[in-house]
Design a protein around this ligand. Structure first.
Ligand code: COA
Length: 102
């Protein structure tokens, strides 16, 4: 089968305390040359379907305050902002969202 690598997404079934604060259930990355074409948005849409299959009811998802593309993707996929917390690992604040998929 052919095809080329565009990006990846991971869905975590369970969160420990650190992931609840900083990482969240879903992480994604689009290859730099493929960004800005709608793939990131689609990837989160598909990941939420997967999370539902995995019987997660509320998806925790986070992004850096300055990550405009990721914020847009999360908000387009019904992300509701819960809080902003400092991240001592990077010095950049983390926005923490919930997406209710129950
Ligand atoms: C965040 C990321 C996944 C976005 O992927 P993408 O395929 O470029 O996103 P999309 O093409 O679906 O764009 C989503 C929105 O962000 C906007 N956007 C894309 N790149 C942008 C940029 N650099 N600056 C501002 N807005 C941007 C798009 O115009 C689109 O907005 P719209 O819905 O109003 O049209 C990608 O930039 C990436 O992999 N970044 C590095 C890893 C990362 O940050 N992962 C997320 C961790 S929370």
């Amino acid at each position: 089968m052919g095809g080329e690598y565009i990006g990846r997404v991971s869905v975590r079934a369970r969160l420990n305390e650190h992931l609840l604060q900083i990482g969240g259930h879903i992480g994604y990355n689009i290859r730099p040359s493929k960004r800005g074409k709608g793939y990131g948005n689609k990837l989160l849409e598909l990941a939420l379907l997967k999370a539902k299959e995995m019987e997660i009811e509320k998806v925790r998802i986070t992004c850096d305050v300055d990550n405009v593309a990721s914020r847009k993707i999360i908000e387009k996929n019904r992300g509701v902002l819960d809080s902003e917390i400092p991240n001592s690992e990077t010095g950049v604040g983390k926005l923490r969202y919930w997406i209710d998929i129950s």
